[in-house]
Structures are given as structure tokens and as C-alpha cells.
Design a protein around this ligand. Structure first.
Ligand code: GLA
Length: 384
């Protein structure tokens, strides 16, 4: 992330003065996918890639926003009816609106921003953008009175209310709460969390990006969530205390097998298993048992591919290559429908794996995947 780059564009694009600079990261997730909106556990960490924004109040009621990467400029007002058309600007607009709803007196500002989280790669570039502005507006207009959890919820509500994605809290939580060298286990029902030092001596985490982006990812995502809710409703009729799939056992799911669609059944089966896998991985990590961590990652991939059906040919292919190379753990990361696999690789296997993945992927799909080494870093902050 390059602060000088953002600053020079801010100066050039606006009136030559400077503002305050804020940054927020994207995230990885070791395990616990599609569990957040089911009240389950997730295990993310912030990364060294994210968004940087320079912001300066401009004494008007208008936001003047410049996307450095897209070379696109948009102006919008701060009332509900002022929503801009450009999808990137809707994130900033949504954050402004959600902060206003929480009592922050957001005023007009000039802003320019840029990022190095690859878009659509499952590393939460949108959460990075939301957290950057939520953190900044709280600092500039809110006397920092909104707490960190609420800042994460501002980002999530932006997705729900202005971007059409009914996401859970994981991405925004990781982007705000991230800490260098630490993964975070979050209980998405109670919102209790715990930092876990992640220093897998002898192993590395690496992302292999299929560079596939699916157009319908957000509607398919929302559909998965509806399936989970349908199963919860059926189980609730027999077990009124059940609020989320988190509260359900496989036995409860069995009881309603005839009442829910085959598809919804598979979705719920995956989620119930996945919530348990996060706990198993935490135990294994405490013992330094990376073989078990890796095995659980493969199980997750299998579930995401065959039961939750959010993988794709390219990601399944990358997962197979990892397995054939003897990689300890590998799975599709994030919402799915394209993006990356996350791989836990022994140091001595790293180069062979990366070379083989690149070569074989190119042979089959005619282009190279992108490789990102994972560096676990800090969350949302003011840079100067
Ligand atoms: C997306 C969502 C998250 C989470 C993941 C899947 O990244 O934004 O809330 O549901 O997918 O684990």
C-alpha cells in the first residue's frame, strides 16, 4: 500500500492541500466459511494488502470522491436519495449513510483512494474500503465515539442496504480488528473473539488466485443464506430454541430431511460440519498439529465444492494440484464462485507447488494464476 501515490493524486486532483490518511486491510480466512451468518465461528486475519484513502472536509454537504485506480470521479450528497450510480462510490455513500444513522454528523469531504487488494479475489476489497471510510468518518466527524464493533457493522450494513449483498460480519470484523501476526477466532453469535498467534514454523500460507470472477456471485451468495434460513425455520418448529444453524446438530437436521429441499439439506449439512471444523482447527493449532489443520482445510474444500456448491472448475483443479503436490492443506477461500485457494504449504514444498500450479493451470486454462504470499497485518488505522 503506497501512501505517497495516494497523496500525490489527492493533491493533484483537488486544491493542492492535503488531508488525513487512513488505511484498512483485506483479509484471509484460515477456516470457517459461510459460517458467520449462521451464528458460527470464523478464523480470519487481516493482510498486508488493503485500501488507502486521503480525506479532507470541504465545508460543503457534498462528497467529492476520486478512485485513483479506476480514474473515475463522482460527487454525491449525503441524503438517502443522493445514492450514486457507480458501484465503487456506493460503498462510500453507504458508509456515510450508516454513520449518519448512528448519529455521526458527517459533512462533505474531498477524498481520493487506491488499493492493492485484488478485486473479486475473495480477499474482501469491499470490506477494506468500507472499514477505511468508517474509521475515517468516525475520526473526522464523530470524535471516535463509535466503537470498533459498530464500525464493522457499518460496513456490513453498507453491503446489506446499499450493495445488495446479505453478508455476515467476518470481513469487516477482520478488517477493523486485525493484528500483525495474529489470526482471530470470532464467535459470530456472541461476538466474543480471541487472538491466536500464527507462526507456523516450517510452513507458509499462500493464496493461488484463479482470477475467475462470477457475475452472479452476490445473488448466489444471498441464495445460500436463504437456504440456511429455510432449514432453521423447519428445525425451529420442533426445537423452538434454535436460532441459527449454529444451534443445530446433525440429528436435528435428519429430523427435517423430508420437509426441506434436497439442496437446502446439503447446504445445512455443510454449515453444521464447518462450524465444528473451526473448533477442531483451533484445538489442533494449540497443539501445533498442522497436519490436522491441513486435513480440515481439504474437508472444507470438499464441502464447499460438493455440498455448498460455491467452488468452480478452476478452483477444484487448483485444489487437486495442491493435493497431488503433497500440500498440507488447501481450499477455496471466502464466499467462493471464483477467487483464490488458500494453501498451507511446507517450506520445502513451496517452490515446486507454485511452479506446478502455474504450469498445470496454464496448460488447462490458457492463463496463469496469481500468487500472493500471506502476511498477517494490522487492521484499520490512521496513517498520519
Ligand atoms: C463473504 C462474506 C462473508 C462470509 C464469506 C464466506 O466474504 O462477505 O461475510 O460469509 O463470504 O465465509
Amino acid at each position: 500500500m503506497d501512501i505517497e501515490h495516494v497523496r500525490s493524486r489527492f493533491i493533484k486532483h483537488f486544491d493542492g492541500t492535503t488531508g488525513a490518511v487512513y488505511a484498512s486491510p483485506g483479509r484471509i480466512n484460515l477456516i470457517g466459511e459461510h459460517t458467520d451468518y449462521n451464528g458460527g465461528f470464523v478464523f480470519p486475519g487481516a493482510i498486508d494488502k488493503g485500501m488507502i484513502a486521503e480525506i479532507k472536509p470541504n465545508g460543503t454537504k457534498t462528497v467529492k470522491a476520486y478512485s485513483i485506480d479506476l480514474k473515475d470521479y463522482v460527487e454525491f450528497g449525503l441524503n438517502e436519495e443522493d445514492a450514486p450510480r457507480a458501484s465503487w462510490a456506493r460503498y462510500i455513500f453507504g458508509v456515510c449513510r450508516e454513520m449518519i444513522k448512528r448519529g455521526v454528523d458527517v459533512q462533505g469531504f474531498n477524498t481520493a483512494f487506491a488499493g492493492d487488494v485484488p478485486l473479486g479475489a475473495g480477499m474482501s476489497s469491499s470490506a477494506a474500503l468500507e472499514s477505511t471510510y468508517a474509521y475515517a468518518l468516525n475520526d473526522l466527524f464523530g470524535d471516535n465515539k463509535i466503537d470498533k464493533f459498530e464500525l464493522a457493522k457499518v460496513g456490513q450494513a453498507t453491503e446489506h442496504n446499499y450493495c445488495g449483498v446479505n453478508c455476515g460480519i467476518m470481513d469487516q470484523f477482520a478488517s477493523v480488528f486485525g493484528k500483525k501476526g495474529k489470526l482471530i477466532r470470532l464467535d459470530c453469535r456472541s461476538l466474543e473473539y480471541q487472538y491466536y498467534p500464527f507462526e507456523p514454523v516450517g510452513y507458509r500460507l499462500v493464496l493461488v488466485d484463479s482470477v475467475v470472477k462470477h457475475e452472479l456471485a452476490s445473488s448466489a451468495y444471498n441464495k445460500r443464506r436463504q437456504s440456511c434460513e429455510a432449514v432453521v425455520a423447519a428445525i425451529q418448529a420442533r426445537h423452538p430454541h434454535v436460532e441459527f444453524l449454529r444451534d443445530c446438530t446433525m440429528e436435528m437436521l435428519q429430523e427435517v430431511k423430508a420437509e426441506v429441499s434436497e439442496e437446502d439439506y446439503k447446504r445445512a449439512e455443510y454449515v453444521i460440519e464447518e462450524i465444528q471444523r473451526v473448533l477442531d482447527v483451533c484445538d489442533a493449532l494449540e497443539k501445533g498439529d498442522y497436519e490436522t489443520v491441513g486435513q480440515k482445510m481439504y474437508e472444507t474444500h470438499h464441502g464447499m465444492s460438493k455440498l455448498y456448491e460455491v467452488s468452480c472448475e478452476e478452483l477444484d483443479f487448483l485444489n487437486d494440484i495442491a493435493f497431488d503436490c503433497g500440500v498440507t492443506g488447501s481450499r477455496v477461500m471466502g464466499g467462493g464462485f471464483g477467487g483464490c485457494t488458500i494453501n498451507l504449504v511446507k517450506d520445502e514444498l513451496y517452490s515446486t507447488f507454485i511452479e506446478t500450479a502455474k504450469e498445470e493451470f496454464k496448460k488447462k486454462f490458457g492463463r496463469s494464476p496469481k500468487i500472493y504470499d500471506v502476511v498477517i497485518s494490522d487492521g484499520a488505522r490512521r496513517l498520519e
